[in-house]
Design a protein around this ligand. Structure first.
Ligand SMILES: NC(=O)C1=CN([C@@H]2O[C@H](COP(=O)(O)OP(=O)(O)OC[C@H]3O[C@@H](n4cnc5c(N)ncnc54)[C@H](OP(=O)(O)O)[C@@H]3O)[C@@H](O)[C@H]2O)C=CC1
Ligand SMILES: O=CCS(=O)(=O)O
Length: 240
């Protein structure tokens, strides 16, 4: 096997599962992580180590990375994709929902960086792709807490990119618009879900996970001296 190892968090559904399928088709061994390990295994991808990892648990992440690297060699690319979206109005929403989003979308992503970055700097190469959102560049109704997490992903990624550029480590931010996945099902407010569904229907159709995976593979496959810093990808009919 001569293609390097790719690690993906949140690979059990949606965009993460599409990353797993496409990078596998491109011949890479994979470290697939999520809490629902049965769904990782159900992808039935070759040369894929499937580990039950909650990204808020740094030790679990580090241990999965160590096991995968023993089996397949150094991780060349980590895709920090795990995330959740609990839309709500700040005066009504249960604060536990904000905490969960910040724990997973912000601290979980930092845990991923911590688990792979020292070795990438040592090796003078590697790629970290952080999945943010178009909600990390602009605001949307009922998105205040979620937007906060995704603006943080943009800010942390750009700051990190500057810090590790001299070590030839690429940091890429991927910012999708609406994509058809399980993401909306995390939201608990039925009225907000209905409004979001109506917005998607008004566009005819939104993106599918494979649209994001193709763009990510394109960015990864550039030569190491080329860093596509940010990709913002939305349905042509998405106005905001
Ligand atoms: N769909 C969309 O419209 C957009 C999505 N995004 C972003 O894309 C990313 C993927 O979301 P998407 O595919 O849409 O949604 P899904 O709900 O389909 O996927 C979310 C993934 O994150 C994983 N996950 C959630 N919490 C944790 C955790 N604590 N530890 C480990 N894994 C976790 C889930 O796995 P499990 O439950 O098995 O742990 C699942 O694999 C997210 O960061 C999201 O914010 C950005 C813009 C648009
Ligand atoms: O990240 C989610 C997509 S949207 O709600 O910001 O369009």
């Amino acid at each position: 096997m001569n293609k390097p190892l790719i690690a993906i968090t949140g690979a059990s559904s949606g965009i993460g599962a599409a990353f797993a399928r496409l990078f596998s088709q491109a011949g890479h061994p994979l470290l697939l992580m999520a809490r629902r390990v049965d769904q990782l295994e159900a992808l039935q991808l070759p040369n894929a180590l499937c580990k039950a990892v909650d990204v808020t648990d740094l030790e679990a992440l580090q241990s999965a990375v160590a096991e995968a690297e023993t089996q397949y060699g150094p991780i060349d690319c980590l895709i920090n994709n795990a995330g959740c979206m609990l839309l709500g109005q700040l005066d009504k929403q249960d604060p536990a929902e904000w905490r969960r989003m910040y724990d997973v979308n912000v601290l979980g992503l930092l845990n991923g960086v911590n688990a792979v970055l020292p070795a990438m700097r040592e090796r003078q190469g590697g790629t970290i792709m952080n999945v943010s959102s178009i909600a990390g560049r602009k605001t949307f109704p009922n998105h205040a807490a979620y937007c906060g997490t995704k603006f943080a992903v943009h800010a942390m990624g750009e700051n990190l990119r500057e810090e590790v550029a001299a070590d030839s480590v690429r940091v890429i931010t991927i910012a999708p618009g609406a994509v058809e996945t399980e993401l909306l099902s995390h939201t608990t407010d039925a009225e907000i879900i209905a409004g979001y569904e109506a917005w998607k229907e008004s566009m005819g159709s939104v993106l599918v996970p494979e649209d994001i995976a193709r763009a990510a593979l394109f960015a990864y496959q550039q030569p190491q001296h080329v860093c596509i810093r940010e990709l913002v990808i939305a349905a042509t009919k998405q106005e905001p």
